[in-house]
Every structure is written in structure tokens, then in C-alpha cells.
Design a binder for this molecule. Structure first.
Ligand SMILES: C[S@@+](CC[C@H](N)C(=O)[O-])C[C@H]1O[C@@H](n2cnc3c(N)ncnc32)[C@H](O)[C@@H]1O
Ligand code: SF4
Length: 392
């Protein structure tokens, strides 16, 4: 084993407020009460960045992502203040992709233009469905007409790219309805599409009072229908949930899936940073009031054990249709294919992984059962007795 090398670095900025909490959502977000403390939050994020510059050691930032919560609740001016503050403190790659998540219930053309003028290059719109009864079941604040208006505004606002999020496997949904949702989203020709299967997350309103979901067989038929609809329109499924036109993959998410580094700023944000031979996971204080007060904003910091580094690498990289090359495994984890031979041969024998010379990827069966596959990988790593601490 060698030390992992320094991977590309991204910046994530978390905006922890929404208009209302959706019943399925376990992202860190709180319903907004009154006006948002934009100015105080912007200063806290930049102060947080000042305190983190040592950990960045002058590395160039490849991508920036404003996630939430609902970042589109912030004004273009506040987003611009964050971006110019980041630009004064750190070096951005010349082609830095800057994405902002927007909720169709919180936007209009003028707001989109203000985000673009602030420096945002890519918008990600949480449409979820274009079927009003489904949107109501999901507790969304917008209906199908508002979703269409927002999609058209996003398409016309002049961003380099934009993404539309849809959810599928919804209560009472049929394969035909799900495919109709995809085709309705494709009407505005988005360069990128994210199709997420509705999952019931712990500690959500849906976990307390679960809706009746389509049967397993029906969910498989729905997934086949939406994949075919995207494929027929020329979108490549390059990750479990991500589809893109050629040249429009999301660089920020690709960096996550390729186990790159990211600094997460904002209440409840997570970071993954490589330093020396160690990989650290760091979490910011979740309570926005305490986060804004500072001065210390770190809630937890933990070094990953060797088997966690391998497991987390696989958890991310096996989501990619193309899988990962041997060089990437070595660069990110310090391990070679040969170090994990028993694990590969078992998964290949079960038809879950496929190896082509220098590349390992999940088969369609492996991707469908990725959770089970990875639970098996973790058990294998533990019984193989991989070292429990990263060498310093
Ligand atoms: C942080 S939200 C996106 C931005 C914005 N807050 C919104 O909802 O419009 C990220 C995306 O994750 C997806 N998502 C959230 N919770 C989910 C769940 N339980 N199952 C499937 N997808 C989910 C939704 O598609 C959502 O748009
Ligand atoms: S799905 Fe989006 S709008 Fe709904 S609670 Fe989660 S982050 Fe907020």
C-alpha cells in the first residue's frame, strides 16, 4: 500500500433553509421563519473559509455547489457576495463549474438571471414530477404548471448547463406516468437529468406515516420505463441516478463519485479532505444560529480507517456506469487491484462486478443490488483484517 495522492478539490456550500419541509426529505434543512439572515450567514461562511484555508494549502477549487435546503431562497446578491469572497480567498479553476439548487416554488426569470450574473454557471431544479397529484402527495410547494414555468425560465436564462431532478416510484405511479414525467422534463431540452427513486428515509414524516409505494416489480418496470425514455432521447446514464447529454456530466458530482476531496461550508455541511496519508471526514455545526455565531464551527472530525477508505471509494466509484480504472483506486486509496483479489473474484463469480483489463465496474445486476454488494464488500474487508488505522 502507498499513500493516497491529493485528489481534485471541490467546494460545497450548504444553505439550510426551505419554505417548508417535504415529508420524504432527510437533507439538513429547516422551514424558514420570516426573512433569512443572508448577510450574517454570508459572513459566517466566509469566516469559516478563512479558518479552513490552512487545510486547503493553496489547492485550486475545481467546482462549487450551492446545495440545501433551498439555495434559491437566497438573493443573487448574497450568492454573488459568497462567490466574490471565495474568489478573493482561493484560486478557482478557469473553467470552474458553479451549480446552484433551486426549488420551482421559489424562483422566476429575474432571480435566475441574478444568479447567472452572480457567477452561477449551472442550475439544478428540483422538479420531482410534472403530475400535480404526485406533487401534492410529495408535499411540494409547487404544482405542475409552476414546475413547467421554472423549467422554461431555467432553459432561457443562459446558463452553461442545467439539471432537472425528478423522483420516481411515487405512490400510485404507473410506468406510463413516470415515463410521461421524463418526457415532459425533456421538452425543455435539459443538458442533464437526475432521476431518483423515492426512498423512505428514517426520521422523516414518510417514515412515521409511510405512503403505499408501488410493488417491487412495478418499481422495476417504472425504472425500465424512465431509463428507456431518457435513452431514446439521447441521454447517457453515466451514474445510477444521473443522465447527461454528451459533454454535460456534472463535474461536481463526478468528483464525489471519483472520491475527490471537498470542503463543505455552511451549517451541517460535510467535508472529505486528504492530508498526508490520511483521509478525514469533518462535519460543521448543524444549528444555523450556532453556526453563524462561530467562532468554532466544527462539530466532528474523524480520520477514516483503511477499510473505510476502500469501502467509501467503492461506494462512490461503483455508482458510475464506467466503473473505475486501477490507477484511480491506487491514487485515492493507496491500494492496487491485486491487494483486494479475493473480494473481486467473489463479486465477479456472483455476476456483480466485471473486470476489463485495467477497469472494474458493477454489472447492471451489481448496480441494481449495489447496497447488498457493498455490505458484502465491507464484511469481506473486515474478515480479511485490513489494517484499522491509516498510516500517518
Ligand atoms: C436538496 S434537494 C434539491 C433542491 C431543492 N431543495 C428542492 O427540493 O427543490 C436534492 C434532491 O434530492 C432528491 N431527494 C430528496 N429526498 C429524496 C428521497 N427521500 N428519495 C428520493 N429522492 C430524494 C430530490 O429529487 C431533490 O430534488
Ligand atoms: S426536498 Fe428540497 S425543498 Fe424539500 S425539504 Fe428537502 S431540501 Fe427542502
Amino acid at each position: 500500500m502507498t499513500a493516497p495522492s491529493l485528489p481534485p478539490l471541490s467546494l460545497y456550500i450548504h444553505i439550510p433553509w426551505c419554505v417548508a419541509k417535504c415529508p420524504y426529505c432527510d437533507f439538513h434543512s429547516l422551514p424558514r421563519r420570516g426573512a433569512l439572515p443572508e448577510g450574517v450567514y454570508v459572513r459566517a461562511v466566509l469566516d469559516d473559509l478563512d479558518q479552513s484555508l490552512g487545510a486547503l494549502r493553496g489547492r485550486e477549487i475545481q467546482t462549487i455547489f450551492f446545495g440545501g435546503g433551498t439555495p434559491s431562497l437566497f438573493s443573487g446578491a448574497a450568492v454573488g457576495d459568497i462567490l466574490s469572497g471565495v474568489g478573493r480567498r482561493a484560486t478557482l479553476a478557469p473553467d470552474c463549474e458553479i451549480t446552484l439548487e433551486a426549488n420551482p416554488g421559489t424562483v422566476d426569470s429575474s432571480r435566475f438571471l441574478a444568479f447567472r450574473e452572480a457567477g452561477v454557471t449551472r442550475l439544478s431544479l428540483g422538479v420531482q414530477s410534472l403530475h400535480t397529484p404526485s406533487l401534492r402527495r410529495l408535499g411540494r410547494i409547487h404544482d405542475a404548471r409552476e414546475a413547467r414555468d421554472a423549467m422554461e425560465a431555467a432553459a432561457g436564462a443562459g446558463f452553461s448547463s442545467f439539471n432537472i431532478d425528478l423522483m420516481y416510484g411515487l405512490p400510485d405511479q404507473t410506468p406510463g406516468q413516470a415515463a410521461a414525467d421524463v418526457r415532459a422534463a425533456l421538452a425543455v431540452d435539459p443538458p442533464h437529468l437526475s432521476l431518483y427513486e423515492l426512498t423512505i428515509e428514517a426520521h422523516t414524516a414518510f417514515a412515521r406515516d409511510p405512503p403505499a409505494l408501488p410493488s417491487e416489480d412495478l418499481r422495476t418496470a417504472i425504472e425500465d420505463a424512465i431509463t428507456q425514455a431518457a435513452d431514446a432521447a439521447g441521454y447517457e446514464r453515466y451514474e445510477v441516478s444521473a443522465y447527461a447529454r454528451p459533454g454535460y456530466r456534472c463535474a461536481h458530482n463526478l468528483n464525489y463519485w471519483q472520491f475527490g476531496d471537498y470542503l463543505g461550508l455552511g451549517a451541517g455541511a460535510h467535508s472529505k479532505l486528504t492530508g498526508g496519508a490520511a483521509v478525514a471526514r469533518i462535519t460543521r455545526i448543524a444549528d444555523p444560529v450556532r453556526y453563524m455565531e462561530g467562532p468554532d464551527r466544527i462539530a466532528s472530525r474523524r480520520l477514516l480507517a483503511t477499510q473505510d477508505v476502500i469501502f467509501e471509494f467503492l461506494l462512490n466509484a461503483l455508482r458510475l456506469t464506467e466503473g473505475f480504472p486501477r490507477d484511480l483506486l491506487r491514487a485515492r486509496t493507496g491500494h492496487d487491484f491485486g491487494d483486494l483479489e479475493p473480494l473481486w473474484s467473489r463479486a465477479i463469480a456472483r455476476g456483480l462486478l466485471a473486470r476489463e483489463d485495467e477497469t472494474m465496474r458493477a454489472t447492471p445486476l451489481g448496480r441494481r443490488f449495489l447496497d447488498g454488494l457493498l455490505a458484502g464488500v465491507l464484511a469481506d474487508l473486515e474478515t480479511a483484517g485490513a489494517p484499522t488505522a491509516v498510516e500517518q
